[in-house]
Write a new protein. Structure first.
Length: 337
């Protein structure tokens, strides 16, 4: 029987399954090209399905394969995956990888209390800045690739009527819908309706010009739909929103979505609803929270962009040794959504 070892974390409620030593070879000279290989290779994709599908996973599982970095400037590379394939970016996963890198000893703690874990992902090079007190991890800053607003006020005909959405890039391309247009709230009671409209918007835009990355076709496609609502500020006066990010084909992020938060920061800055250095409190459908900030303006892909930072924390939930019985007719598994 084949055995696959995994280490599992959750970041703000969203699962993240780490395969530190994948039992398959993933070819490519860069992480971005390894993703292209993984998508088309039955052995690599079969391993993804095995660990993500039931009975070893579930429809909302998320994870990764650790790979070599693109060069010596990073500590390691990573391929992110979910039930429908391999994603280009993952903020909650990067936060979990920062914690894992320190807890596993892959990266040594800097005595200053701030340790940068540099990771090559398909959309570029990112940093998990791990804050420690002694040997205890306090929090992690996800410092993403440059993010930018792409399209404003797109009018879509949907089953709920004409809706207005924005599109931005935060390592992946996201559509964004203000939930006030459909008289819902981003709460568990509206979970099914949020999934339905999130899927509908994604597939309505996915093959259009709005879903094309300006320089790299490997990053094309609407990765997810962020359905968000304004919340009253706390006593600190900081801007606060709650969102549910529907990604892949109906998968629901339990966290406030790391790369999605970067896309929201880019949109809010572009629309003059948030200033550089101003903190966004970004809540999730399960009431977990990330803190997001646009640190600076930069140029990227021919556009005015921001350098985003998203702060959160991940916690280890266990380790597993999964096996495959060659007699099992349900290998690699199944999903019911």
């Amino acid at each position: 029987m084949q055995a696959i070892h995994t280490i599992d974390y959750h970041t703000a409620g969203e699962p993240f399954r780490i395969v530190a030593n994948p039992p398959v070879e993933i070819f490519g000279d860069t992480v971005a090209n390894r993703r292209v290989y993984a998508i088309s290779n039955p052995e690599v994709d079969g391993l993804r399905k095995l660990l993500c599908f039931e009975p070893r996973g579930h429809a909302d599982m998320y994870g990764c394969f650790i790979t070599p970095p693109d060069d010596d400037g990073a500590d390691f590379g990573v391929l992110f995956w979910h039930k429908d394939g391999f994603s280009t970016a993952c903020g909650h996963g990067t936060i979990a990888l920062g914690v894992w890198a320190i807890e596993s000893g892959k990266v040594a703690i800097d005595p200053s209390g701030i340790t940068d874990v540099v990771i090559d992902v398909p959309s570029g090079r990112v940093t998990a800045r791990v804050h420690t007190k002694g040997t205890e991890i306090q929090s992690v800053d996800f410092i993403n690739v440059a993010s930018y607003h792409m399209h404003s006020d797109i009018e879509l005909k949907t089953s709920l009527g004409n809706l207005i959405v924005d599109v931005s890039f935060g390592g992946a391309i996201y559509a964004q819908l203000d939930v006030s247009q459909i008289s819902l709230s981003v709460t568990p009671e509206f979970y099914s309706q949020i999934i339905a409209i999130g899927r509908e918007i994604k597939w309505a835009l996915n093959e259009t010009e709005y879903a094309k990355h300006p320089t790299d076709p490997r990053l094309n496609g609407i990765y997810g739909t962020i359905v968000y609502e304004e919340l009253a500020s706390d006593s600190d006066g900081l801007k606060r929103q709650r969102n549910a990010t529907i990604f892949a084909d109906g998968e629901v992020d339990r966290s406030p979505c790391g790369s999605g938060t970067c896309a929201r920061l880019a949109t809010l800055v572009e629309k003059n609803e948030l200033e550089l250095g101003e903190v966004l409190k970004h809540d999730s459908i399960v009431d977990s929270q990330f803190l997001g900030v646009a640190q600076d303006f930069v140029a990227a892909d021919g556009k005015k962009a921001i350098l985003p930072q998203v702060t959160g924390m991940a916690y280890k939930t266990g380790e597993s040794k999964f096996t495959v019985d060659p007699r099992d007719p349900l290998t690699p598994g199944f999903v019911l959504r």
